[in-house]
Design a protein around this ligand. Structure first.
Ligand SMILES: Nc1ncnc2c1ncn2[C@@H]1O[C@H](COP(=O)(O)OP(=O)(O)OP(=O)(O)O)[C@@H](O)[C@H]1O
Length: 718
């Protein structure tokens, strides 16, 4: 694949930079290739970039100039329209430093036209958003459009009617290089892309960025999977799961904008600092409306002030709790023993107990929410009264039925046989009242398990209850039993391996009529209830038929580092294959034993050393070690950030507690004592998994400092 950089050095081999660009002017340039910047192929591409920028500015000015005073009849409509215009103006903002296009496709034939002798192919520039000129002709095509797809998928084996695929290289905001592939030219050798490689190897600073210019074919298959189906992606660290999930939302919003704008989309991540790390990816792709939340945010019906032991939390997250809660919510249902007598004027209407029982039993047998059944019952009883009225020659209408449904006797009967339920109070009672719990858990939970569930100090009321995070999930389930939770159009669930069955259910009801993208790595499961298989997780989510895909090519972790971390795999996830690394640099890996009293100083020295390199530095340590290391950094005068705070060229060092490292990445990682990271977890397997997560955060280099012996798997061989 030839690369070109007529005016500036780019990361290509001398052989690669010598040729084809000069003979391969853009298809629309018409004249012969020129030698100078302004008239040569690069010059013409730059001219197209400048013209596209101007066109985008004009598009934005057109929207800004819109006068809506005449078209909106009322204040509310005007507000809504003004809001939409504001969103559009923001989406059209030409983000400084973000290239407007990153690729070009020259088709052999006009898309959609059957091959015809001499038919002129069209040329398309592929970018982050659609740009058109004053006449409406496209200057840049959105990467999500069907016509852009071959940019990601076409190959020599299947060129997809593409004659030329061109990738552009930028330095800052300037177009400085391009690289061509002539997919139908049998004489051209297949070579890996230098621009792609340099993008992958690029040092990391700041929040996560989009990968729209370099999405790989196996990733693109997932990104463009249909909106109707749920996709589950198992992938080793750094294989691009998060990136793929975010680009998939952007793709779906493009392909099904109206439907998803109505139903909504949501990205669920493990914690607030992770969400901060990824929050700029979708806006950079022009998508400003996607909500982000943690699972805890979704179920925040009660204030969480308490904690559970691992055993209690695991049991509260067990799928059997769903049935315990169902019984608890419905525990008040009882069969009527008295008739209902409705007095209207001089007449009394009597619905006998056996008829009421039939109505209640039918409601109880039907799969409708407790609250919906409660609302329907008065109408059903009123209907029974109306039938009697009709039989006796009256002709009651709907208003009469409504009046009967509101009658005090009917209300009292409903209250007695189908009492109102407060979800939080129901859970509170379950966790505080041994007899109530025993009656709801009969045959489901052993006596011992019931003991584990009960609060040591029963709560007196909602205000004093010390709810834990797992309790809040139970309240969410109870809520849904009473009133159906609204479903969004699409939900992306990242780091999905860590959820409990009850948490999967909570996420599942938020996409019950939509679809989901489930992303995770079984080897990175660090909760006591982490899932053992995707089939199990998907069935709890209510999506048992989801397609499971695997990504194995790692874009983050260099070869030597991933090989070192993968030594842990046989003990933490025996079935999983280690990831490969597409990074060319093997990475720097140092493992340094240190005396215990010299550890802090050695860590500070390693941070200083790493700061000598370009890019971000993450100092990862067991949570209990963080205060001591913070003090050591302070004493050494090394400023540092917390996870979630944005790294910049000026502030590049982040002190990361091991529990927050998941999903993040740093150019250089300094790891404090691995044994302490393992020891901070409730059991060894979880500890080794946490260590695996921490070891796989490095993009360019990893320095491990240890005073305690390394875990056996790491110390062994190599
Ligand atoms: N096609 C690609 N081109 C360039 N960079 C990529 C590509 N795919 C992934 N990356 C980069 O690789 C890094 C890892 O990606 P990401 O965080 O999405 O991986 P992950 O599988 O979610 O990792 P983890 O399991 O650790 O959470 C990111 O910096 C991402 O931008």
């Amino acid at each position: 694949m030839p690369s070109h950089a007529p005016d500036q050095p780019v990361p290509t081999t001398p052989a690669a930079s010598s040729a084809a660009g000069a003979t391969d002017a853009p298809a629309d340039a018409g004249d012969a290739p020129g030698a100078t910047d302004a008239t040569g192929p690069l010059g013409r591409e730059r001219a197209h970039l400048a013209a596209s920028r101007a066109a985008l500015r004009a598009m934005r000015q057109d929207v800004e100039a819109l006068d809506i005073s005449d078209v909106t009849g009322n204040w509310v409509n005007a507000k809504i329209l003004a809001g939409e215009i504001e969103v559009r103006i923001k989406a059209l903002a030409d983000l400084a430093g973000t290239p407007l296009f990153f690729g070009r496709l020259d088709y052999l034939h006009a898309p959609g036209v059957v091959a015809a002798e001499g038919a002129g192919g069209e040329s398309f520039y592929i970018g982050r958003r659609h740009v058109h000129d004053a006449g409406g002709d496209p200057m840049v095509i959105d990467w999500r459009a069907p016509v852009s797809q071959p940019f990601y998928r076409a190959s020599r084996v299947e060129p997809m009617d593409v004659r030329l695929r061109r990738r552009f290289g930028y330095t800052g905001g300037d177009l400085t290089a391009y690289e061509d592939e002539h997919l139908t030219d049998p004489a051209e050798a297949d070579r890996s892309s230098k621009l792609l490689q340099s993008e992958i190897e690029r040092p990391r600073v700041g929040p996560m960025r989009d990968i729209v210019a370099t999405i790989q074919p196996e990733q693109d298959e997932i990104v463009r999977a249909g909106v109707g189906g749920t996709v589950c992606v198992q992938g080793a660290p750094g294989t691009g799961k998060t990136a793929v999930g975010l680009h998939r939302v952007a793709y779906l919003l493009y392909a099904h904008r109206e439907r998803l704008a109505r139903t909504g989309t949501l990205v669920i991540g493990p914690n607030a600092s992770f969400l901060q790390y990824i929050e700029q990816v979708l806006p950079a792709l022009g998508e400003l409306q996607v909500k982000q939340a943690t699972v805890d945010d979704l179920v925040a019906h009660v204030p969480v002030r308490g904690t559970d032991t691992a055993a209690t939390a695991r049991l509260k997250g067990d799928a059997r709790m769903a049935e315990v809660l169902r019984r608890a919510v419905r525990s008040g249902i009882s069969m009527p023993t008295e008739p209902v007598v409705v007095v209207r004027g001089s007449r009394r209407w009597r619905v006998p107990a056996y008829e009421l029982e039939e109505i209640v039993r039918e409601m109880a047998d039907r799969d409708i929410r407790y609250g919906a059944a409660r609302e329907a019952l008065p109408q059903r009883i009123a209907h029974a009264v109306l039938v009697q009225m009709e039989r006796s020659g009256e002709a009651p209408d709907d208003r009469v039925q409504d009046a009967v449904a509101r009658n005090a006797a009917v209300k009292a009967a409903v209250k007695a046989c189908w009492p109102p339920v407060d979800p939080a109070k129901t859970v509170l009672r379950l966790l505080s009242d041994p007899e109530f719990l025993a009656s709801c858990a009969d045959g489901l939970l052993s006596e011992q398990e019931q003991q584990v569930l009960l609060w040591a100090k029963p709560a007196r009321g909602l205000a004093s209850a010390k709810w834990s995070a797992a309790d809040a999930v139970l309240v969410d389930e109870a809520n849904d039993l009473v009133q159906r939770t609204g479903s969004l159009g699409h939900v992306v669930l990242d780091e999905a391996q860590d959820l409990s069955p009850m948490q999967y259910r909570a996420v599942g009801r938020r996409c019950s009529t939509g679809s989901a993208t489930i992303l995770g790595d079984l080897a990175q499961g660090t909760t006591p209830w982490a899932t053992g298989s995707w089939a199990e997780a998907l069935s709890h989510l209510g999506k048992p038929d989801a397609r499971v895909e695997e990504l194995t090519r790692g874009f983050r972790v260099p070869r030597e580092v991933i090989a070192y971390a993968s030594r842990l795999l046989p003990s933490i996830a025996p079935g999983l294959a280690p990831a490969t690394s597409v990074r060319e640099s093997p990475g720097a890996l140092y493992v340094r034993p240190t005396a215990e009293d010299a550890l802090d100083a050695a860590v500070v020295a390693a941070c200083r050393e790493s700061l000598g390199h370009e890019g971000s530095i993450g100092l990862i340590a067991a949570d209990p070690r963080v205060p001591a290391l913070a003090a050591a950094l302070d004493a050494a005068g090394l400023p540092y950030l917390s996870p979630g705070e944005e790294t910049s060229a000026a502030a590049r060092l982040t002190l990361v507690p091991a529990s927050l490292a998941k999903g993040l990445e740093y150019d250089y990682v300094v790891m404090d004592d691995p044994a302490a990271i393992v020891a901070a977890e409730p059991d060894e397997r979880t500890g080794l998994r946490r260590l695996y997560v921490c070891l796989t955060r490095a993009v360019s280099g990893l320095t491990v400092l240890h005073c305690a012996p390394l875990p056996a798997a790491l110390a062994a061989a190599g």
